[in-house]
Design a protein around this ligand. Structure first.
Ligand code: MN
Length: 427
């Protein structure tokens, strides 16, 4: 496979080989807010590339979009624009060409990634969170409603709720333990105070590339082409708040205090060689209604893991402890189906909107994507290498999510990291 002149992009363990070229937004001392392309351990400043004339072969609209501060204008350019930018970056970073490597501005274009402060890759107008893993829905359902775990609608539509875009935060932003209204029993009375059952949810996010007009649904067979790329999402959740508030209208304050997004958007074009035909539905399950039947639906086999680093592990120099490993290919509903269902009413998507998959849980105990499931609602505490136990998250805990694809004959390609540390409640 093609090598890059950026040596760190050729290491087998990197998430960012030449073929990834994930895009993100950063700010850096002396540069302000910029867009960047990630390659190996380096980031190319796209504003600087545009200024240096290195993007002049692109359509002017695409070039100007890449010189901007966030990805929205680039997303609006559509698949031709995305493809042309990717093709140009591929050629400029390829080991076979030296135009950028030998360019007089190369040293100002290329920056080590560790010096950068990563921002949200785009301005997210609307954020929707789904509930598309059968294992997760069954696990959670059986805890909250033992006699009735999966509601009758679940296998007929991708369940979701409208999330809160204003509290999306980039990786590395601390998460303050919120206060909330909770009740020890289903009947009340409630009390108000620091949330006790604080949790993470391991999710994959789809960044909408091109939207649709209000009133015009997106056809399920065209839906994948509206998605620009993918990120990792941590949907921080307050389980004690959720339990008391979720009926009858679904999650509200349990979910609105913070949602962490990984900084590098890996395009569907980069992920395409790793995708697989969607898994068939389990024997005996209902077929989706025609508007949710995607002719050539696909599964994206992203290996996902969650690790935790407690305050005392950090002090003792102990490495993060992996809590869960799972794979995104096992989702019951695809992003194409989620997007088709979401817009089936004519609801419009806009460039930069975020759809999150819902917690990705596998069928085994060590593949569950939330503490709620891993500790089975606190009844099976998890032992950490510092000797402590966890039922839910404690102050000082850092949650680190990672994702990558692997396939024979192809380099590993990754989504990077999604991190956040819990800070004590302010109240
Ligand atoms: Mn969620």
């Amino acid at each position: 496979m093609s090598r890059s002149w950026v040596e760190s992009a050729n290491k087998p363990e990197t998430d960012f080989p030449l073929t990834n070229l994930a895009l993100g937004a950063f700010s850096a001392e002396g540069r302000g807010r910029r867009l960047g392309a990630r390659i190996g351990d380096m980031v190319a400043d796209l504003h600087c590339m545009a200024e240096s004339g290195l993007l002049d072969s692109l359509d002017g609209r695409v070039r100007d979009a890449l010189a901007g501060e966030s990805l929205n204008a680039f997303l609006e350019c559509g698949s031709e624009g995305w493809h042309s930018a990717r093709a140009l970056l591929l050629s400029l970073f390829s080991g076979a060409t030296s135009i950028l490597r030998d360019h007089k501005h190369c040293s100002s274009v290329m920056m080590p990634q560790w010096g950068l402060s990563m921002r949200l890759p785009c301005e997210v107008g609307d954020y929707t969170d789904f509930y598309a893993s059968l294992n997760h829905a069954t696990n959670v359902g059986s805890m909250f409603r033992p006699t009735n775990p999966l509601l009758p609608n679940w296998k007929h539509l991708p369940v979701g709720y409208h999330g809160r875009a204003s509290s999306l935060i980039p990786t590395g932003t601390p998460v303050r333990r919120p206060q909330g209204q909770t009740s020890a029993t289903d009947e009340g009375p409630p009390s108000f105070g620091p949330v006790r059952l604080l949790d993470f949810e391991l999710e994959v996010g789809a960044i909408i590339g091109t939207g649709n007009q209000l009133g015009t649904p997106i056809d399920v067979n065209r839906a994948w082409s509206h998605i620009y790329g993918m990120v990792i999402v941590n949907d921080w959740s307050a389980r004690d708040v959720q339990k008391w508030e979720y009926q009858p209208l679904g999650p509200f304050n349990a979910k609105n205090f913070a949602t962490t997004v990984s900084p590098w958007v890996v395009s569907m074009e980069a992920l395409e060689p790793y995708t697989e035909p969607a898994l068939p539905r389990p024997e005996g399950d209902p077929q989706p209604l025609p508007y949710l039947q995607c002719g050539r639906d696909r599964a994206v086999p992203i290996n996902l893991e969650v690790a935790i680093l407690s305050e005392s592990m950090r002090q003792k120099g102990i490495a993060p402890h992996v809590l869960c490993r799972t794979n995104f290919r096992e989702m019951y509903w695809s992003f194409a189906q989620m997007l088709a269902h979401h817009t089936s009413t004519g609801c419009n998507m806009r460039s930069g909107d975020l759809l999150a998959s819902g917690t990705v849980s596998g069928s085994t105990k060590d593949s569950r994507g939330s503490m709620l499931e891993l500790s089975w609602r606190g009844t099976e505490p998890i032992s950490l290498p510092d000797g402590s136990e966890r039922k839910f998250l404690q102050d000082g805990d850092e949650v680190i999510m990672r994702g990558y694809c692997q396939a024979a004959g192809l380099p590993r390609i990754g989504l990077g990291e999604c991190r956040g540390v819990i800070q004590p409640c302010a109240g």
